[in-house]
Design a protein around this ligand. Structure first.
Ligand code: PHE
Length: 346
């Protein structure tokens, strides 16, 4: 049986719509297609407007076909939307592809600065010998940094410490020794056994051997029976614990205005064990610290009667200790913040 023109129109419409639909790959275009064919003013409705004018005998067939076409288009549309969404999802997943079997990024661990590590090691060794940490100030007065330590203004000994003056009276401490006076004034009249760690500053040309900032650890013991033998025992113990039990230790006469007598302490060279090399400048010995018996005038300045009390003091530099211990040949590495250097410690 031949189909009526309206049915043929519907069949053609379906073909055309489905052919177009198959080309579409984005959701906006699909929506436009839906409006064009299935919308209230869409192509399907246009055809159906003519349905009422058909002879009654033709209407059931035309109605049936129009329903089929409508359902076919709706089903095809839904399937197409589904397919496009699926394709978009797969594309997004492919873009964000994640290989969970790859090794993770290593977390970079923080660590203590080599100066801090050495400082703590030094403090721990003295702590075992009964020394407590006493913290003193980095900004000092001329009075404490020099005068109370027996270094009057214009005294030639001031040449030993090139100083950053903040004004005529105030300085950045050039050594931790002013902490001796502060500790004595805090403890007087009791016995003292303290170490004073901290940063010091000197107005010096920066070279491989000298920096404008560096740490020191001061030591101070004051009591009624403190002797040079105590000083030697403490410092030999320190040197051997820090640098190895077999270390030989030498006490060499020296001069500091705030100690009398004064010594400098050497250990046999770690690199050549005393044979002579570039590190020890072919002497076999390297200096590790300065020390001495606290000068009577300094004891007095701290509030102690030198007829009753005696004391010893020493001062050493953690950077210098670390340089000897780890074979570092340039002090500038410590404060240049180069991770290639810092990461080798710890
Ligand atoms: N303060 C001295 C210096 O910086 C070291 C020292 C400390 C010497 C204590 C003797 C006693 O060179």
């Amino acid at each position: 049986m031949a189909e009526t023109p309206l049915v043929e129109q519907l069949v053609t419409l379906r073909q055309q719509a489905l052919a177009e639909l198959a080309q579409l790959a984005d959701l906006n275009a699909l929506d436009a297609w839906r409006i064009r064919y299935l919308g209230r003013k869409g192509a399907l409705r246009q055809v159906l407007r003519d349905l009422g004018r058909l002879p009654p005998a033709q209407r059931p067939r035309a109605g049936q076909v129009s329903n089929e076409v409508k359902e076919a288009l709706e089903a095809a549309f839904a399937a197409r939307v589904q397919a496009v969404k699926q394709a978009q999802l797969e594309a997004a997943l492919a873009r964000e592809r994640l290989d969970v079997t790859l090794p993770g990024y290593p977390v970079s661990l923080g660590r203590l600065h080599p100066s801090t590590q050495t400082l703590r090691e030094i403090v721990a060794i003295f702590a075992d010998m009964g020394f407590q940490v006493f913290e003193s100030r980095e900004v000092e007065t001329d009075l404490y940094n020099f005068e109370l330590l027996n270094i009057p203004p214009y005294h030639p000994a001031r040449d030993m410490w090139d100083t950053f003056y903040l004004n005529e009276r105030v300085v950045l401490r050039t050594h931790t020794s002013p902490g001796q006076i502060r500790a004595m004034q805090a403890y007087c009249p009791h016995p003292i056994r303290v170490v004073l760690p901290g940063m010091c500053y000197r107005y010096e040309a920066v070279t491989a051997r000298s920096e404008i900032m560096f740490h020191q650890v001061e030591g101070l013991a004051v009591g009624t029976h403190v002797t040079m033998a105590d000083l030697k025992g403490v410092l030999v113990t320190f040197a051997r614990r820090m640098f190895g039990e077999q270390r030989r230790v030498r006490f060499r006469c020296s001069h500091f205005p705030f100690t009398e007598p004064s010594v400098e302490v050497d250990i046999d060279c770690l690199v050549c064990s005393g044979q002579g090399c570039a590190v020890c400048k072919h002497t076999g010995w390297v200096e590790i610290l300065g020390a001495g018996m606290v000068h009577p005038q300094v004891l007095r300045n701290g509030g102690y009667d030198p007829e009753v009390f005696t004391g010893f003091a020493f001062g050493l530099g953690p950077e210098r200790i670390a340089m000897l211990k780890y074979g570092i040949d340039d002090i500038r590495y410590f404060f240049s913040n180069d991770l290639r250097f810092l990461e080798q410690f710890g």
